[in-house]
Design a protein around this ligand. Structure first.
Ligand SMILES: [Zn+2]
Length: 296
């Protein structure tokens, strides 16, 4: 299959220096062969992204087989994320007074419950129907669309927008960040937890020849995400969009330390040493928290 080069980078919207990333992602589908997705690399932001992105039907076909979207798994996973959610909420409160909050990719609404308990007035956005319905049953305004633009939330309304492990599934990430910015009041804060896999993906690509084995290795690391970029480059993009205060924190684990695998603990520990040793310039922590405040 021949795929034409995208006319712009989906991460920074620059139009030059886009080249093939040198691998394809196997994207599993229920009852069908996996799709083979083309990945591209941008010379301007060094980000990687999928183009063309799968159709909504194909994404739904993939979602349905992922156990994080299985209701019976929701509670266990949410408990693992409880510490992280509390950290996000306590730090958000140091940036901005609790007010209207939009959780993008709210899944079954566990974070909405935690936010409400801390004095926020949360709403949710969730493209996956069964999760959105369950979150709405908890008494929240939860809107279910394939794209955030269609959800009809008012501009300049929210004190906070949160995206905890959901930004990597946005299929036009630059446009999504612009939307987060326009949904926020002046002085409002975007809080995102993102996986920070760009360095490890680069290393895995460097250590393998192009072909099926490289594709399989990178697919396993990507876990269904549609783009990957270094944390500091993402910070630059946020500044360009109009977030003038920014904090990128390492060490955003999604489970209690003693329940993480040895490999994950090692990765976090090594990254933490590098982060401190370079005064924050090198941030390879597998999970990071980003707080970005819209100009007042
Ligand atoms: Zn770019």
């Amino acid at each position: 299959m021949n795929v034409s080069t995208p006319d712009r980078c989906l991460l920074c919207h620059k139009t030059k220096q886009i080249r093939p990333a040198g691998f394809r992602q196997g994207y599993k589908q229920v009852g069908r062969d996996p799709l083979s997705l083309s990945w591209w690399e941008c010379g301007a932001c060094s980000g990687w992204f999928v183009s063309p992105v799968p159709t909504p039907e194909e994404i739904e076909g993939h979602c349905n087989r992922a156990n994080y979207n299985d209701p019976s798994q929701a509670r266990a996973i949410a408990q693992g994320k409880d510490l992280l959610q509390r950290r996000v909420l306590s730090q958000l409160a140091s940036w901005v007074r609790p007010g209207p909050l939009l959780d993008v990719g709210c899944s079954f609404g566990e974070f909405l419950l935690a936010a409400r308990a801390e004095g926020w007035a949360p709403s949710g956005f969730e493209p996956y129907g069964p999760a959105a319905r369950e979150a709405a049953q908890k008494g929240f305004d939860v809107r279910c669309e394939w794209v955030l633009e269609k959800a009809g939330f008012p501009d300049k309304y929210f004190s906070a927008v949160t995206a905890i492990d959901s930004f990597c599934f946005a299929w036009d990430p630059y446009r999504t960040l612009q939307l987060f910015h326009s949904l926020l009041q002046p002085g409002g804060v975007l809080a995102m937890r993102v996986t920070n896999k760009h360095a490890i993906l680069n290393l895995a690509r460097f250590l393998s020849l192009s072909g099926e084995r490289r594709d399989a290795r990178l697919t396993a690391i990507l876990k269904g995400q549609f783009h990957s970029i270094g944390a500091n480059s993402l910070g630059e993009i946020l500044r360009g969009i109009g977030f003038d205060q920014l904090e990128i924190e390492p060490f955003a684990t999604t489970a209690q330390w003693n329940t993480l695998s040895l490999g994950t603990r090692t990765a976090y520990s090594v990254a933490q040493g590098l982060y401190k040793g370079t005064f924050g310039r090198v941030n390879l922590s597998p999970g990071v928290l980003i707080f970005a405040q819209k100009e007042s």
